[in-house]
Design a protein around this ligand. Sequence first.
Ligand code: NAD
Ligand code: LMR
Length: 374
Amino acid sequence: MPHSVTPAIEHDSLKIAVLGAAGGIGQSLSLLLKAQLQYQLKESNRTVTHIHLALYDVNQEAINGVTADLSHIDTPISVSSHSPAGGIQNCLNNASIVVIPAGVPRKPGMTRDDLFNVNAGIISQLGDSIAECCDLSKVFVLVISNPVNSLVPVMVSNILKNHPQSRNSGIERRIMGVTKLDIVRASTFLREINIESGLTPRVNSMPDVPVIGGHSGETIIPLFSQSNFLSRLNADQLKYLIHRVQYGGDEVVKAKNGKGSATLSMAHAGYKCVVQFVSLLLGNIDQIHGTYYVSLKDANNAPVAPGADQLLPLVDDSAYFAVPLTITTKGVSYVDYDVVSRMNDMERNEMLPICTSQLKKNIDKGLEFVASRT
Ligand code: NAD
Ligand code: LMR
């Protein structure tokens, strides 16, 4: 069956592995990558001439079906199907970007934290495989699975603790928690309320709203005060918007009524992230400017990059935080603490302390899980 054969990965190929590719997010994200990444190749004037998508899921039947289906799409991006039967190694060998939407989603009445026990086990096992198969001095790992606040610490600390080859690899600078959906929602909801309430005329551009902190409830801090969209929101509108961004995930979980959480909007947000890393690795851009939930400290407990030393005291020494970053092929190269310095009084004095105290508990939970793992 042609779709289950792994094509030879040439040295001029960029390989992207999607782990959990048969799921709601995985399928839609893989579709976007298969359909759209060819345009990045066209821009590229470097030596990479080919992109390969390696799709892995524990559900063998489902992933074979998804891959066969995608393989008929008329783009020059190749695809291969992987499951435990053939081994995750074939999927991960030579991968430059690993995207992880593997794990269970929420049902109504659950918090993201309720997913921890199952998904922390999955993430740590996938982390072991990444450490065994990938070049830790080069690979980028994008963690979508929830709870992001705890699972990124699991991914980072598990690799650093249990895989000696990670030492001095700088992998902690290239493991990114994906919080882009919060940014996508903040932009969408801000534009919507402005137009509905006649604050701005209908425009085709979308606002940029920095969103920092973590990815659940009050750890999500949308900074509407720093949006580039001119608007005069009153206090009630601002309160409504902040709440809507913080609990946007619940809206979808409720609407799906037991059939999962956001998949299509997440695939869109995830695609926006992956395409940045593809552009970087193809040499179309020299650096990424993007917001990700990352470790602010490196493997030696020193600030992960310039700017992290300034950010740490502002965020009460939270070891992980989502913040605008500059990212090069080596990983996080600058942490934009300025966005935190410029918070208004309400954001700094009311929202930030709640965020950091919750984040610390989420981070500790992840670190304790790894410490207790034998
Ligand atoms: P889903 O159940 O539709 O898909 C998950 C897939 O993961 C399934 O196909 C399953 O077979 C697979 N899987 C399970 N264990 C695996 C393993 N060990 N290795 C490989 N694959 C495995 O769920 P979904 O809706 O796609 O959501 C996936 C995760 O993403 C959930 O944890 C969800 O909470 C999270 N999520 C995060 C964000 C975010 O903003 N970061 C947004 C939406 C959803
Ligand atoms: C979201 O924000 O939509 C995701 O984190 C999924 C969820 O559980 O809400």
